[in-house]
Design a protein around this ligand. Structure first.
Ligand code: GLC
Length: 556
């Protein structure tokens, strides 16, 4: 397959695999994952030799001081020497394309690193060529001790005020994240030109699309009004404000159109925006063909059939038949799904671990929308506990009872490939600790086990490719999660599928809709599930945490 004959609608039927490059595979023994490491493992992702995903999304690969895991970019046009060279990147694109896998880059347009040349220039005076490229404001006044007061009450998501004082310019600059991540001024036309140049550059190198980091924060209100009071007693300071003025501005849609126009020159070019602190309804409103949105309401639900049913109903209502959602259960910012669900079940044995990982895989890969699979979830990789002393995640280092923060290092642990020391990830010392069970839970071990979590992922991915009802069909909820069982139908072109997931630890009976049904996938008997002659009608008996996909058999 070559890029030229790819289905331009692939983003609807395809599956995207997220790689956190520092944690995927280390080729040179420095303990940090890199681009050649990714190339070495492309067969794990490819259709003929592995999982069979359609695209990979790389978290930022650009030069960066690494204060926010690469989301503090010091040059958007180059490759971080820690991860490799531009030649490595070009080889990665070619090798991925050769295997039918598209490459999606992470675009951090909202802010740069404070060592980016643009910001270094911008902060040097009030009248340099980049003076207006960042958001500079005069103080609101001075306190009794002569200290400058910030221009308004806007907050940094990573704690404290969003304004940092610069003694040279004697002005504040805005940083929605770390003080070392100043926000770009998207009301300055030169910023558009410079960033669109970056987009064209990568596009012309053969990149197939982009994930837009915190895209809905790009524009702030030009009035700089303080945000009104939010939930007064919310645990996070961030939630104690209504974010009316520091994100989601009306003219954002026009800005996104400018960006899309560049992508639309290439058929099938794709983008997905990370909705920063928003709801399903907001996510749906920003979605358009070729441009999807991550909203995290589904991810926020606990392991409970009612919770999932409510959220699925909400998604169906907000997206309607014409807009296409994403399905995300884990990423590099959140506790991994298997760990979250096990915490909720309060059971941590290996059997429950695998069952819940497989049942979650059924949801991820059969709900309506484009699934995003986070590296490691295909082997049921859990969060890895990390002590304060070893913590790298900057907001986690400043976490306290007044600033609650989940340590994101826990979901960024190195990928275990084999049972060898270093887990086949590195021959050196890994930059973050390996999972304690890496010797037994790793890609090599699971590849040889037909009942592994990975076997379930492979089976489900193959089923998805084969059945348009899963990849394109409509979705109809059949239960609202009564007795902790969730069931929905997926239909397309006369094909009718039923997905039934038992969220409970105990056995459950569930009445089948009229008709005769044939099991296509069973999460607890992965190896023997697909082609049996079994026929089911009337009632389904599901073991604890069992999930099945059934197909209606045409009446003979
Ligand atoms: C996004 C990224 C997160 C990063 C933040 C600031 O939310 O996913 O990892 O810290 O943006 O760039």
């Amino acid at each position: 397959m070559t890029a030229e004959n790819w289905d331009p609608e692939w983003w609807r039927s395809g599956v995207v695999y997220q790689i956190y490059p520092r944690s995927f595979a280390d080729s040179n023994g420095d303990g940090i994952g890199d681009l050649p490491g990714i190339i070495d493992h492309l067969d794990h992702l490819a259709h003929e030799t592995g999982l069979g995903v359609d695209a990979l999304w790389l978290s930022p690969i650009y030069p960066s001081p690494g204060l926010d895991g690469g989301y503090d970019v010091s040059d958007h046009t180059a490759v971080d020497p820690l991860l490799g060279t531009m030649a490595d990147f070009e080889r990665l694109v070619a090798e991925a394309h050769r295997r039918g896998i598209r490459v999606i880059l992470d675009l951090v347009l909202n802010h740069t690193s404070d060592v980016h040349a643009w910001f270094v220039d911008s902060r040097s005076s009030r009248d340099n060529p980049h003076a207006n490229w960042f958001i500079w404001r005069d103080p609101a006044g001075y306190d009794d001790e002569g200290r400058p007061k910030p221009p308004n009450n806007w907050l940094s998501f990573f704690g404290g005020s969003a304004w940092a004082w610069d003694p040279t310019r004697r002005q504040f600059y805005l940083h929605t994240f770390l003080p070392q991540q100043p926000d770009l001024n998207w009301r300055e036309p030169a910023v558009h030109e410079a960033q669109w140049e970056v987009v064209r550059g990568w596009r012309d190198k053969g990149v197939d699309g982009f994930r837009l980091d915190v895209f809905n924060a790009l524009l702030k209100s030009s009035t700089f009004e303080s945000n009104p009071q939010g939930r007064r007693f919310a645990r996070r300071p961030w939630d104690r404000q209504k974010h009316l003025f520091d994100k989601d501005q009306r003219d954002l849609v026009a800005l996104l159109e400018e960006f899309r126009a560049i992508l639309d020159e290439v058929p099938g070019a794709f983008s997905v925006g990370e909705l920063f602190e928003g709801t399903t309804a907001q996510g749906a409103a920003y979605t358009r063909p070729g441009h999807l949105v991550f909203d995290f309401d589904l991810l926020a639900r606990t392991w409970d059939a009612r919770e999932f049913a409510e959220e699925i109903a909400d998604r169906e209502k907000e997206f309607g038949p014409d807009r296409w959602p994403t399905v995300v259960l884990s990423n590099h910012d959140q506790s991994r799904q298997v760990s979250r669900y096990l915490r909720h079940l309060d059971k941590h044995d290996g059997d429950t671990h695998d069952r819940v990982a497989k049942a979650a895989a059924v949801l991820l890969l059969t709900l309506r929308g484009t699934p995003f699979l986070y590296y490691g979830e295909e082997i049921g990789l859990p969060d890895v506990k990390i002590g304060k002393a070893e913590t790298v995640d900057p907001p986690a280092r400043r976490a306290s009872w007044t600033f609650p923060w989940w340590n994101r290092d826990q979901c960024r642990s190195p990928m275990p490939w084999t049972g060898a020391p270093g887990a086949g990830f590195t021959t050196g010392r890994p930059w973050l600790p390996l999972a304690p069970d890496a010797r037994t839970r790793n890609v090599a071990a699971e590849a040889g086990d037909p009942r592994s979590v990975m076997a379930a992922y492979c089976g489900l991915l193959a089923l998805r490719r084969r059945l348009r009802a899963i990849s394109h069909g409509s979705l109809r909820l059949l239960t609202m999660g009564e007795h902790n069982v969730l069931a929905y139908e997926r239909d397309a072109e006369g094909q009718r599928l039923l997905v039934v997931v038992n969220f409970a630890l105990r056995q459950r009976r569930w009445s089948l809709p009229t008709g005769t049904w044939r099991p296509l996938f069973d999460s607890l008997a992965v190896d023997a599930s697909t082609d049996g002659d079994a026929r089911l009608s009337v009632e389904l008996r599901l073991n604890g945490l069992q999930a099945v996909v059934l197909e209606e058999v045409a009446p003979s």
